[in-house]
Design a protein around this ligand. Structure first.
Ligand SMILES: NC(=O)c1ccc[n+]([C@@H]2O[C@H](COP(=O)([O-])OP(=O)(O)OC[C@H]3O[C@@H](n4cnc5c(N)ncnc54)[C@H](O)[C@@H]3O)[C@@H](O)[C@H]2O)c1
Length: 258
């Protein structure tokens, strides 16, 4: 007899979630904990991370830790991975979710803005994946990295211009494939999740006419709920995806089909 629930179970797995205090990361954290995982919540503010970590521990009776860490700071990221080991055990899964979007087209965007988007979205994803994998390789353990890409990795969003963001997410996608091939020998899988427009706080403050444009361009005619991203992360984090590496799972209500 087989068990689908066992296949997708995260019982005893230790998972780092960067950008875990709000939006998609906060929502997915609950689902991962409910599937049995111990959770490390990472965000730039220690107090916010602590608060979320404590709430999750109390709700799901799993081990948690909250950590303040800017993912674009290489030393801080290395310390963060070590702290996770000490507090809840070596991480088995990294959900590389932290990201920012600064709108602007190439003609108007300040170079500082371009660099900041790359620092968080690309360098942050690279640094966290590398520190996570270095520890696993040293301990000869397998693992799974789940990088947060976006449909913006392969399409150009309209009506807003977001040159830096689109380019950064394309880099995340190809980094995913590159690391997948490099690390297969170490038993570390690397996959990407690419949502379309998700109904998070970030999008709720966008002017109505722009939100209407996005919804009309989506075959499903609505935003994704953050809960609708969780299943993909559980799949990539669990043994259900043991032969899956270098993949991108697009969750966009059909946006990129048309
Ligand atoms: N919301 C969407 O429509 C959508 C669509 C596709 C992809 N995404 C991606 O999903 C991810 C989460 O987005 P969200 O919508 O939940 O946004 P959000 O702003 O609610 O969450 C982003 C999180 O990242 C953290 N963060 C930002 N900069 C950081 C840094 N330097 N170091 C550590 N943490 C940092 C923030 O504290 C926050 O917890 C991002 O990578 C985003 O690009 C979002």
């Amino acid at each position: 007899m087989v068990s689908a629930l066992d296949l997708f179970s995260l019982k005893g797995k230790n998972i780092i979630i960067t950008g875990g205090t709000s939006g998609i990361g906060r929502n997915v954290a609950d689902y991962l904990a409910s599937a049995g995982a111990n959770i490390a919540i990472v965000s730039t503010k220690t107090e916010n991370s602590d608060k979320v970590a404590q709430t999750i521990a109390a709700t799901y009776q799993v081990k948690t830790v909250g950590i303040g860490c800017d993912v674009s700071d290489a030393n801080a990221v290395e310390e963060m991975v070590k702290t996770v080991s000490k507090k809840i055990g070596t991480a088995d899964v990294l959900f590389n979710n932290a990201g920012i979007n600064l709108w602007g087209g190439a003609l108007d965007l300040k170079y500082e803005e371009w660099k900041r988007v790359f620092d968080v979205n690309v360098n942050g994803v690279f640094l966290a994946a590398r520190a996570f994998a270095q520890q696993l390789v040293a301990e000869q353990k397998p693992g799974s990295v789940i990088n947060m890409a976006s449909i913006s990795a392969s399409i150009v969003n309209l009506p807003q211009m977001q040159t830096a963001y689109n380019t950064s997410k394309a880099a995340v996608l190809h980094l995913t494939k590159t690391l997948a091939v490099e690390w297969v020998q170490h038993g570390i899988r690397v996959n990407a999740v690419s949502p379309g427009y998700v109904w998070t706080e970030m999008n709720q403050v966008i002017p109505q006419e722009i939100r209407d444009y996005w919804v009309n361009a989506t075959p499903y005619k609505r935003f994704a709920k953050p809960d609708e991203i969780a299943g993909a992360v559980i799949y990539f984090a669990s043994d259900a995806s043991s032969y899956t590496t270098g993949s991108e799972l697009i969750i966009d209500g059909g946006f990129t089909c048309i």
